[in-house]
Design a protein around this ligand. Structure first.
Ligand code: NAP
Length: 248
């Protein structure tokens, strides 16, 4: 299948984990892929070679998604390098967990800036060319905890809930221009982000999931390909949970 053939996708935070999988699946389905990373320079360079094996054009950019000017420059560079931008996947994200009683202002601000402001930065920069093209698919990676909340993650949950409100607002503003805006809400996905969690807590968590296992980055990537492709042409403003039934 070539579900996104001849399209150009930009994926933020693709050096590792879910973003890396999204970039690879987009390439496998025929898209040219631009992606970003922040600190993992070697992994970013290695990914370009892996992506090119699918016979598509690929380029990595070292760019901080939380920086408004850098995001604008990134989209300018992607348009210059690839000629257009059809798909934006706002994936870059971090956790800085702690109970609210002990959470610092820096913990709050950094998570809100990296997780939520980045989505504003990239989307604002990308929609100019999408509006001219009268076509586009924006996919924002939120989390089930943006719907349910989570003890110890007030900052992270708030940033992910903010992404859902932003996603729906963009869908309302830009639907008439044939630009779709959807969110994907992963549950527990096995990446470096979740490796940091205590093993016993992880096992208990998995047992509470109806499908009795954690998800893989590919499970999230497949949902993104669907939302990027014409298979989802009449779907906008939605939150697609990829969580094995964790939050029903
Ligand atoms: P991860 O393995 O920690 O990877 C995070 C990625 O984001 C890395 O590529 C990192 O780049 C990049 N990044 C971080 N800050 C950045 C910035 N300021 N600018 C650009 N890139 C930046 O995380 P993951 O588990 O794959 O998570 C990916 C997304 O899914 C996040 O938004 C996360 O909140 C969401 N999510 C994950 C889970 C889960 O269970 N894993 C569940 C729900 C939602 P460097 O390598 O260069 O630092």
């Amino acid at each position: 299948m070539n579900l996104v053939e001849k399209k150009v996708a930009l994926v933020t935070g693709a050096s590792r984990g879910i973003g890396r999988s999204i970039a690879l699946r987009m390439a496998q389905e025929g898209a040219d892929v631009a992606f970003t990373y922040l600190s993992s320079v070697e992994k970013g360079e290695a990914l370009v070679k892996e992506l090119e094996q699918f016979g598509i054009k690929a380029k990595g950019y070292r760019s901080d998604a939380s920086d408004f000017q850098a995001a604008d420059q990134l989209v300018t560079d992607v348009l210059a390098d690839f000629g257009k931008l059809d798909i934006l996947v706002n994936n870059a994200g971090v956790t800085r967990d702690g109970l609210l009683m002990r959470m610092s202002e820096e913990q709050w601000d950094s998570v809100m800036t990296i997780n939520l402001k980045s989505v504003f930065n990239l989307t604002k920069a990308a929609i100019k060319s999408m509006m001219r093209a009268k076509s586009g698919s924006i996919i924002n990676i939120t989390s089930v905890v943006g719907i349910s909340g989570n003890a110890g993650q007030a900052n992270y949950s708030a940033s992910k809930a903010g992404i859902i409100g932003f996603t729906k607002s963009v869908a309302l503003e830009l639907g008439s221009r044939n630009i779709r805006s959807n969110a994907v809400a992963p549950g527990f996905i096995e990446t470096e982000m979740t490796d940091a969690i205590d093993t016993k807590a992880v096992e208990e968590w998995k047992q509470s999931i109806p499908m009795k296992r954690g998800g893989q980055p590919e499970d999230v990537a497949d949902a993104c390909v669907f939302l990027a492709s014409d298979l989802s042409r009449y779907i906008t403003g939605q939150v697609l949970q990829v969580d094995g039934g964790m939050l029903t």
